[in-house]
Design a protein around this ligand. Structure first.
Ligand code: FAD
Length: 468
């Protein structure tokens, strides 16, 4: 009997336990991606990047005789209808762990089973299922380092290989067209530029990983903090859309660590940060919505998009590190980790604005948007999260730039104003933003909306007398 594979954020053929299980059943496999009501809550850049990933994955499937079926609507109704149409007895999918997906999937599974279908979710998005990782005393981890120490030696099963030929049904069911889904519509002016910065698909992920392991992993320890260097793996969009499996990364880095690479050890540690984010989101779902430390609920955050917050969103705070990073995100859909830490600190401390406002803006702009890592990153930066940076530690974005962008390569890449010969990337920002923002590269560079000193003073005053 046929199996329906509900394709979600697992756009790959190799290292895909769900796909391997569907193939092992021995019958035809029908891959279907569904544009469902949950996607209405996704931001513009993730929807766009998902669309690019789907397009590329459809091509990959076609190369081996498969096809990606696209349908729009309630997943339960669509899966039932397809199962009937194709004579399928089972539906399989890769598990997700954020509260929105869990709620949807739980309902779908129960109803499919009621309808007599075998519905099964599979691991694959993570290295470790969140409920399988426990502290020595039996609870879940709330601090990163002990979790890392417990997991760093883990010997995981080798990733599954990609199928060479697709087990096609005699007749493929009807499909929507991807263009009709219009996943790139809301941010149309930026889309062509954003598109030019995307590496999409399983093959691109594999190529970049090979480059990283050959050329960058040895210096990763030092270079990963320098935003002007191409010193990190840039695996985040591929991981977010499942174009590479985390086990493939784990095994590749383990092999390098065994050869003595210190950078590979640090890379493995970063992969466990992603696991830590999901571990927390699964055990304490409020991570993605509310202050993880409830003591912060009474803190007088600004909760509105004020003119200063808008300047932050648009990359014109007058603080070069902040502006460079915000522009990098608008143009490329990603932002260097050091930049993320700096802009999050500036918003939540210098502008005293709720981390949720920043998290939502990131959600709208990031092509590597990840519900757990984004929430953890924001709460970590604001001080309201588990194992967070101490809340009273206020990054100075000027001295941070001196330290991490000594040659100003990053600032020059993204700031055009006041430069005699601005870089192409810096100019591309002005092509990518909406005309309504009214900005031009010939404008003078703005004065700071809040200087580092003012911001620090105001933050420390607001913290005074409180203990978190
Ligand atoms: P590398 O340095 O090559 O790291 C390898 C992988 O490890 C990454 O791809 C990622 O999966 C994981 N990783 C690295 N650092 C972290 C981290 N701090 N937390 C969780 N996982 C990590 N990452 C996202 O993937 N999506 C997000 O939406 C996201 N939002 C963030 C928001 C804030 C405020 C902060 C401070 C961090 C956020 N991060 C997010 C984490 C981190 O910035 C990115 O994962 C990293 O910059 C991606 O670049 P890379 O793939 O080259 O990373």
């Amino acid at each position: 009997k046929a199996v329906i594979w509900w394709v979600r954020k697992d756009l790959r053929l190799a290292d895909n336990p769900c796909l391997s299980a569907a193939l092992a059943a021995g019958g035809p496999v029908i891959p279907v991606a569904i544009l469902d009501p949950l996607h209405d809550s996704w931001g513009a850049a993730p929807r766009f990047r998902w669309g690019l990933g789907l397009g590329r994955f459809a091509e990959t499937l076609e190369q081996i005789g498969g096809r990606l079926i696209l349908r729009r609507g309630d997943p339960l109704e669509i899966l039932k209808e397809l199962a009937e149409d194709c004579g399928a007895g089972a539906v399989a999918w890769s598990r997700h762990y954020d509260p929105g997906c869990i709620e949807r999937d739980t309902r779908v599974k129960a109803e499919l089973e009621k309808a007599g279908l075998a519905a099964k979710s599979h691991p694959g998005h993570l290295l470790f299922e969140p409920w399988r990782v426990e502290t020595k005393t039996g609870g879940h981890y709330k601090v990163f380092t002990p979790m890392w120490k417990a997991l760093r030696g883990s010997d995981l099963p080798e990733p599954e290989r990609a199928p060479a030929r697709w087990p096609a049904p005699d007749r493929w069911p009807a499909t929507d067209s991807l263009e009709d889904w219009a996943l790139g519509a809301p941010m149309h002016r930026a889309m062509p530029i954003l598109k030019g910065h995307q590496r999409v698909g399983e093959a691109a992920a594999g190529d970049r990983l090979a480059w990283f392991l050959d050329e960058a992993v040895e210096q990763y320890d030092a270079d990963r903090d320098i935003p002007g260097e191409d010193g990190t793996s840039r695996m985040s969009p591929h991981l977010a859309w499942g174009e590479i499996g985390p086990r493939s990364l784990w095994h590749a880095a383990l092999r390098r660590r065994e050869e003595g690479s210190k950078g590979a050890e640090t890379f493995l540690k970063e992969l466990v940060w992603r696991e830590f984010a999901y571990h927390l989101a699964w055990h304490t779902p409020r991570l993605t919505r509310d202050n993880w430390r409830e003591e912060w609920d009474a803190f007088p955050w600004n909760e509105r998009v004020t003119a200063k917050v808008r300047a932050w969103q648009q990359g014109r705070t007058g603080i070069p590190f902040v502006d460079a990073a915000m522009r990098e995100m608008w143009v490329t859909g990603t932002m260097h980790n050091r930049g993320r830490m700096i802009v999050a600190s500036y918003l939540t401390k210098h502008l005293m604005t709720h981390w949720r406002i920043g998290m939502r803006w990131f959600e709208d702009c990031l092509t590597d948007w990840d519900p757990a890592s984004n929430a953890l990153g924001w709460q970590w930066s604001a001080g309201s999260g588990p194992d967070a940076t101490p809340y009273f530690r206020v990054f100075n974005p000027v001295t941070q730039l001196d330290r991490f962008d000594r040659n100003r390569r990053y600032a020059d890449a993204w700031i055009a104003e006041g430069r005699r010969d601005p870089s192409e990337t810096a100019l591309s920002y002005f092509e990518a933003i909406p005309e309504s923002w009214g900005l031009s590269p010939s404008d003078p560079y703005p004065d700071p909306v809040v200087t580092p000193e003012e911001g620090r003073r105001a933050a420390l005053e607001a913290y005074e007398g409180r203990s978190f």
